[in-house]
Design a protein around this ligand. Structure first.
Ligand SMILES: O=c1[nH]cnc2c1ncn2[C@@H]1O[C@H](CO)[C@@H](O)[C@H]1O
Ligand SMILES: [Zn+2]
Length: 435
């Protein structure tokens, strides 16, 4: 059994269901889908054969906004106002974080994501070289941004610039096609205009993406207008931070003109409904306007301190329900669109491929249990995936043809969990001793 997790080999998923038809999926030794169809098994002499009967195939999901190592802070501070939560609970604890903590927390995050069908994620945090090591070992894809926060102080800005440059250099030196760097200006309320402009220019020069929090709360918009006389998306645009490779997380309080601007710039908006509801930001991302103006609308969980898990199947349901409820329209964000947000739109946001099950695409594939209660009866696979199932229905996960989980087994799971639990305990102990 263990050898199926080892090196990259050619794989045949035999007799699996896609959109109601039974097909084979052949994956070559470079990790691409070589053929899909009734006779795909004849096209390769596969090293590994996965039995696809009683399985539904879907593209691997892409989590476009998270802080992976915040798994260690899960349940540490809940039921608070966003500003209090950050300043009283989260930031004081993060001051004690070490690289080892981030490594262990990110491994736990990867485990959780793999177990719920996610193959790629967009991460913003600290000690990202250690997060990249965790992802490399777990076999997923990720884009890493150092969370750039200068609080308007020039000295701090210099340090953040150095940290950002060091991460980009490190990630590029890994030469791992699954791992990319991005620039991570945290938000317009934690980064000066000088800092934002540097981020915009640096991203352009390095040809990498930008990962930023945008218009999460009404306070962010009110303060921005009072201080700068313009709204947050306009400010970001003037600093060169709205590009086709920008992922803007939350986007809750955008007005219609800002949605048009995001569409014109080809920005990806990452909807994070669970975090938004938990922190009561009191407005749902204007999905209808972003869609109307052509922004790429993707999905994310945010960190585990505000969600409190990384299950994208659950997140699709939250997205579909929140949009309907908030904008009083039961026809808004139907199941098929929620699946596209979690797959194709996410892959487009991070540039990891088409995010579809098509020939020539990277074999980022999730197999769901067709016999699970949540998939019974099976009138519409998308409907069950969005409204009925959660990550527990995910049986097998492949990323770039590599098998990361099979029949719910992930290699090394017990050790990852126990080491993360110990790291979280020790982090809280250190913070409490210091206070
Ligand atoms: O919802 C959120 N809004 C704003 N900041 C957040 C949220 N969740 C996490 N962080 C914070 O963003 C930084 C990333 O480098 C971290 O300090 C993390 O705690
Ligand atoms: Zn966030």
């Amino acid at each position: 059994m263990n050898e199926i997790f080892s090196a990259q080999r050619s794989v045949l998923i035999a007799g699996v269901t896609i959109d109601g038809s039974t097909v084979d999926i052949a994956i070559d030794e470079t990790g691409l889908i070589a053929s899909i169809g009734e006779d795909a098994r004849k096209t390769i002499d596969a090293d590994i054969v996965i039995d696809g009967s009683d399985r539904l195939a879907m593209p691997g999901m892409v989590n476009t906004h998270t802080h992976a190592a915040m798994t260690l802070l899960r349940g540490y501070g809940d039921d608070m106002l966003l500003q209090d939560w950050l300043s009283q609970k989260i930031w004081p604890l993060e001051a004690h974080l070490t690289g080892d903590d981030v490594y262990r927390g990110t491994k736990l995050a990867c485990l959780e994501m793999i177990r719920s069908g996610t193959v790629a994620f967009n991460d913003m945090y600290f000690f990202m070289d250690r997060a990249a090591a965790a992802v490399d070992e777990m076999g997923m894809r990720a884009t890493f941004a150092y969370g750039f926060i200068d609080l308007g102080m020039e000295e701090k800005r210099e340090a953040e610039i150095k940290a950002t440059e060091a991460l980009t250099t490190h990630i590029k030196s890994l030469n791992n096609p699954r791992i990319q760097a991005a620039v991570g200006p945290h938000s317009i309320y934690t980064v000066s205009q000088e800092g934002l402009s540097w981020c915009g220019e640096y991203a352009k020069e390095q040809d990498i993406g930008i990962h930023v929090h945008l218009s999460e709360t009404e306070k962010e918009v009110i303060d921005c207008v009072a201080q700068f006389g313009k709204r947050p998306a306009v400010l970001l645009d003037e600093c060169g931070c709205l590009t086709p490779r920008t992922v803007a997380a939350h986007c809750c309080w955008l007005d219609e003109a800002e949605c048009r601007l995001l569409g014109e710039r080809g920005v990806s908006a990452s909807h994070n409904p669970a975090s938004n509801m938990k922190l009561a930001v009191n407005r749902a991302m204007p999905y209808h306007w972003l869609k109307q103006y052509g922004a790429n609308i993707a999905l994310g969980t945010d960190g585990c301190a505000s969600n409190n898990n990384l299950d994208m199947l659950e997140e699709m349901k939250f997205a579909a329900l929140l949009q309907k409820f908030a904008w009083n329209s039961p026809t808004l964000l139907p199941a098929g669109e929620a699946v596209s947000m979690a797959t194709a739109a996410g892959a487009r946001a991070l540039g990891t491929g088409p995010g579809t099950l098509t020939v020539g695409a990277p074999a980022d594939i999730v197999l769901l249990d067709a016999r699970a209660a949540c998939n019974t009866p099976l009138f519409h696979a998308d409907s069950n995936a969005v409204y009925a199932c959660n990550g527990g229905a995910v049986m097998t996960v492949l990323c770039g043809g590599r098998i990361l989980m099979h029949e719910r087994e992930v290699p090394g799971e017990e050790e990852i969990v126990s080491e993360a639990a110990a790291a979280a305990r020790s982090l809280v102990d250190r913070a409490e001793q210091a206070s």
